[in-house]
Design a protein around this ligand. Structure first.
Ligand SMILES: O=C(CO)[C@@H](O)[C@H](O)COP(=O)(O)O
Ligand SMILES: [Fe+2]
Length: 241
């Protein structure tokens, strides 16, 4: 199973001093930095785009920048994001008619590839692409804003063809983890000390956390607590195999 990666969502930081906030997270033990790009169209909010990432890159030269593209037409910004210095480009499955072409374009730039799904989209929809991507990002809130409450197991409309019982997030993550041991499974939205256990036990290894980490007085303590839960769950699953 892939290792634990804790990824603070910088949306929750003071964006007027983004570079120093990023450095503060790296100094607190962050593995990756998660940058939420919103276009005011795919989601009802607006943040920043590749020009900001380009300015940030030289300030945090060794950081892994995971860009979460909450944008319509995600294929439009792939080259710009690579030129700006992003390391992973995660686009929403719901935002494109042609995920295969998006994946190919991202791969051609050398960036890692992630596919994100909203809470109402089933992980089954990602299966056709899974062998050609690095990460599946499971949104545990509706995308658009930080600081929301995680929606675990509140999605009765999500159904799988192999089992007509309605399934929630936990079971969707477990389904993916059982079949794809080496996949990075990322959870995003409302993840913090009170919700990490369910994510970790289900098999998530890439943990995005905004408010809980960035707004904490003790980000190092929160990061290490999140990491401990995930590491323990990974160890447990390895012992059980
Ligand atoms: O993509 C998003 C929101 O759309 C997230 O990355 C949030 O920014 C995470 O923040 P918290 O829910 O952890 O506060
Ligand atoms: Fe995000």
């Amino acid at each position: 199973m892939p290792s634990c990666k804790i990824c603070p969502s910088m949306l929750s930081s003071d964006l007027s001093v983004l570079a120093s906030e990023c450095q503060r997270m790296l100094d607190s033990g962050a593995d990756y930095l998660h940058l939420d790009v919103m276009d005011g169209h795919f989601v009802p909010n607006f943040t920043f785009g590749h020009p900001v990432v380009k300015c940030l890159r030289p300030k945090v030269p060794r950081a892994f920048l995971d860009v979460h593209m909450m944008v319509s037409e995600p294929d439009k910004w792939i080259e710009n994001m690579r030129d700006a210095g992003a390391d992973q480009y995660t686009f929403h499955l719901e935002a494109t008619e042609d995920p295969v072409s998006c994946i190919r374009k991202i791969r051609d730039t050398g960036m890692k590839v992630g596919i994100a799904i909203k809470p109402g989209t089933s992980v089954e929809d990602v299966i056709p692409y899974i062998d050609s991507i690095d990460t599946v990002l499971i949104m545990t809130v509706e995308p658009g804003f930080g600081g929301q409450k995680l929606m675990f197991d509140m999605m009765p409309k999500v159904r799988f063809s192999f089992d007509l019982q309605p399934l929630g997030h936990v079971l969707q993550i477990q389904y993916l983890r059982d079949r794809y041991r080496h996949l990075d499974i990322e959870v995003d939205g409302g993840v913090g000390p009170s919700t990490i256990q369910a994510c970790a036990d289900a098999g998530a290894n890439m943990i995005v956390s905004g408010t809980a980490v960035v707004s904490s007085d003790d980000p190092r303590g929160v990061i290490s607590l999140l990491r401990q839960s995930v590491d323990e769950a990974i160890q447990k699953s390895q012992l059980e195999r």
